[in-house]
Design a protein around this ligand. Structure first.
Ligand code: GAR
Length: 214
């Protein structure tokens, strides 16, 4: 399966996906990495792995729809079949999301539906939760919504700051995204009635796949 990865920044989840695709027998490969920000560090991560990159700068487009049309054009030209958002910080138009329905994944650093949007770790600390985590889900037009493929739990520890908590969650993200991607490229995770069903050990079970803390 040909994968397109959308990034806006650092690209550490992109690196985890690149490493996963290099595993022997992995059924996906990254055909293109697109950043909406020129100079995003993740572009160098892709280039170091010999993966084609493109910058589609949202500032050069007068509407969300024209930016998304260019994104769609680049992805289809590269033969992309599955899109992975990896720290992609742009809201996509409904039209784009529908074109990639059930063929676009996103990772979010919380246990959705808790803490959608920005400043997730500070909000988790302010709410006093003892467990947070990360979620990989199929993308829907509403922000940080859609059928959940997999979630990993991460403890909040005494004395945590948004920075220390985000680091701990990020480590879990780097394990969870490759795991979820593997299920999707092997067509073992699929959307049925807006829930993810997962083929596991010869049986089909209800999703999401849940990875406990530690
Ligand atoms: C990750 O923590 C990812 O979950 C988050 O941005 C970070 C990107 O880091 N994404 C979102 O908040 C999307 N709603 P990375 O560029 O090092 O992968």
């Amino acid at each position: 399966m040909r994968i397109g990865v959308l990034i806006s920044g650092r690209g550490s989840n992109l690196k985890a996906l690149i490493d996963a695709c290099e595993e022997p027998g992995f059924r996906g490969r990254i055909a293109l990495v697109i950043s909406n920000r020129p100079g995003a560090a993740g572009l160098a991560v892709a280039e170091a792995a010999g993966i084609p990159t493109a910058v589609i700068d949202h500032k050069e487009f007068s509407t969300r729809e024209t930016f998304d049309a260019e994104l769609h054009r680049a992805l289809t030209k590269a033969g992309v079949e599955l899109v992975c958002n990896a720290g992609f910080m742009r809201i996509l138009s409904d039209g784009f999301v529908e074109k990639w329905r059930d063929r676009q994944l996103n990772i979010h650093p919380s246990l959705l539906p808790a803490f959608k949007g920005l400043h997730v770790h500070q909000r988790a600390l302010d709410a006093g939760v003892k467990i947070t985590g990360c979620t990989v889900h199929f993308v829907r037009p509403e922000m940080d919504e859609g059928p959940i493929v997999a979630q990993a739990a991460v403890p909040v520890l005494p004395g945590d700051t948004a920075e220390t908590l985000s680091q701990r969650v990020l480590e879990a993200e780097h394990k969870l995204y490759p795991l979820a991607l593997k299920l999707v490229v092997e067509e073992r995770a699929r959307v049925v009635d807006e829930n993810v069903r997962i083929d596991y050990d010869g049986a089909t079970v209800g999703g999401p796949l849940f990875v406990p803390a530690g």
